[in-house]
Ligand binder design. Structure first.
Ligand SMILES: *[C@@H]1O[C@H](CO)[C@@H](O)[C@H](O)[C@H]1NC(C)=O
Ligand SMILES: *[C@@H]1O[C@H](CO)[C@@H](O)[C@H](O)[C@H]1NC(C)=O
Ligand SMILES: *[C@@H]1O[C@H](CO)[C@@H](O)[C@H](O)[C@H]1NC(C)=O
Length: 478
């Protein structure tokens, strides 16, 4: 070797994973460097900051052997190659089909693992299912019908539990208004066990808007009179409830995202749409004395409303827009991907086809006038793109038709454009402020018209589709 080993190792930690791999494979001398565990840990840790590894985020790399680390590294590079190719159409590498039987729907897939959480309508349970061993692991009763699923909350630092809020009814019902609706929080642990840390009855006579959830509060937007918006929030620990009546107009196509402030995406007008926010000072409560609150004009406008269409056909500007339910994931680890992704339909009047889907990536970093990027406490849109078509309709769950992976990088959509359906995956590249849109090729036996729920795992490079007759397809794309 020309340079001493320590210097070489140091240089290798500074180059991209792919370059380090090719360097190590050029000669036998260099290949020895590949036996250094610290090199692999260093390289993989660096990659992990910007893209998901083919293993769960919380996996301890130090506990893996050199051989396993090498395999992870090769797998990571191979996968990036596939996604970064210019080809718009991506063929699947492999797939499995499992017959679960009718009455199942997908609720969640635990990233980087073969575990899925499915809902069984027959006995009203949430069941954890291992797709590799085809075994049902654990189940917990939630209710016979699930109407809405919140965005999945990734584990708080130092924890491993995913939380999901659900709007359910105890009995099988076509509409949550027909049964006694409950709001519950489902906790999914990494070993596939689940429990319900929070559950409350919601009563009847309300119209549902959106669910929201953070690590201390769960709640929903609703309307009692179909005119104005109410915010109903519960403290997960004390179970105290606060109801905020507002003068803000209710809109069926709202979205909500709570981290510290509550963001509500709504309001359509001729050429713009906006985000309100409910400041966190309105939500905290320790007791029941001030359970009810009325705010007039207090939901503040967020200055970063949705007003730009970027490259969309000029003939669309000036036409009406409205908002679908949103997808949101906070990146894990923090900093990777987008803090928030919102999905919007553009130019929809209920009689005709939608023209485009608008995806918007938000961040807590703000770009100052001088070009500097600084951390901010407010969400700022950093990237937007449009796709022709609309989200395919069908099914009653709010997350049936699109899904954002936990990494904050990928969005999976079942879209349709004049009755032609397709599954598309949008990959966002924060560093380059660009994205790629891939049309996924599907096994021929699968009909997109019967797909009822979808799941996406950015770590394993799989998508999971469940159809109405209970056939579950797990498809490897990378
Ligand atoms: C949006 O519409 C308003 C009036 O409704 C108009 O004043 C404004 O110029 C429009 N903006 C754009 C970008 O078209
Ligand atoms: C959840 O939201 C409440 C109310 O806005 C806020 O006070 C609290 O800090 C948030 N909790 C977390 C863990 O973000
Ligand atoms: C929720 O209740 C707990 C216990 O009463 C309290 O310590 C906490 O501050 C409350 N959280 C919020 C956001 O009000």
């Amino acid at each position: 070797m020309l340079l001493n080993k320590d210097i070489l190792l140091h240089i290798l930690t500074l180059v991209p994973l792919e370059d380090a791999l090719s360097f190590i494979s050029v000669s036998r001398d260099y290949r020895q460097l590949g036996e250094e565990k610290s090199l692999w840990i260093h390289l993989l840790d660096a990659v992990k900051k910007t893209q998901p590894l083919p293993c769960p985020d919380d996996v301890d790399l130090l506990g893996k052997s050199v051989k396993e680390l090498k395999r992870l590294a090769f797998h990571t590079v191979r996968r990036e190659h596939r996604w970064s190719s210019e080809t718009k159409n991506i063929n699947y590498r492999d797939y499995t089909m499992i017959q679960l039987g009718p009455g199942y729907s997908l609720i969640h897939s635990i990233a980087g693992t073969p575990l899925l959480v499915v809902h069984s309508e027959r006995d009203g349970t949430a069941v954890c299912y291992n797709i590799d061993t085809t075994r049902f692991l654990h189940s917990v009763h939630i209710g016979q019908a699930v109407f809405h699923i919140s965005l999945v909350l990734t584990p708080a630092p130092g924890q491993k539990t995913h939380l999901i809020a659900l709007l359910v009814t105890e009995e099988l019902a076509v509409d949550y208004r027909g049964g006694h609706a409950s709001l519950l929080v489902l906790a999914v642990h990494p070993d596939g066990t689940m429990d319900i840390p929070f559950r409350t009855e919601l009563g009847t006579g309300f119209t549902f808007g959106q669910l929201f959830l953070n690590h201390s509060i769960v709640g929903l937007l609703r309307s009692l009179d179909l005119e104005t918006l109410d915010i109903l929030a519960f403290n997960l620990t004390s179970r105290a409830c606060r109801i905020i009546h507002t003068d803000t107009l209710y809109d069926a196509q709202m979205g909500a995202y709570l981290d510290t402030n509550l963001y509500i995406v709504k309001d359509r007008s001729a050429n713009s749409s906006n985000v309100y926010y409910c400041p966190s000072s309105l939500l905290p409560y320790q007791d029941f004395h001030d359970k009810l609150l009325h705010v007039a004009d207090t939901l503040q406008w967020d200055d970063h409303g949705i007003r730009w269409w970027d490259g969309l056909d000029a003939s669309l500007s000036g036409l009406g827009t409205w908002f679908e339910a949103l997808g949101v994931m906070t990146a894990a680890p923090a900093g990777r991907g987008a803090a928030l992704v919102t999905i919007h339909h553009i130019n929809v009047d209920h009689e005709s086809e939608a023209r485009a889907i608008n995806l918007r990536y938000w961040s807590y970093r703000e770009k100052k006038a001088d070009g500097d990027v600084t951390p901010s406490r407010r969400l700022t849109p950093v990237y937007t793109l449009n796709l022709w078509g609309m989200l395919a309709t069908g099914g009653s769950l709010s997350r049936h038709r699109h899904l954002i992976a936990y990494s904050g990088l990928s969005v999976l959509l079942v879209d349709q454009y004049f009755h032609r359906r397709s599954v598309r995956l949008v990959r966002y590249r924060p560093c380059a402020a660009s994205s790629s849109i891939h049309l996924l090729d599907l096994p021929s036996e699968l009909s997109l018209n019967t797909i009822s729920t979808i799941a996406l795992d950015d770590h394993r490079g799989t998508i999971t589709l469940l159809d109405q007759s209970g056939d579950l397809y797990s498809i490897f794309y990378a």
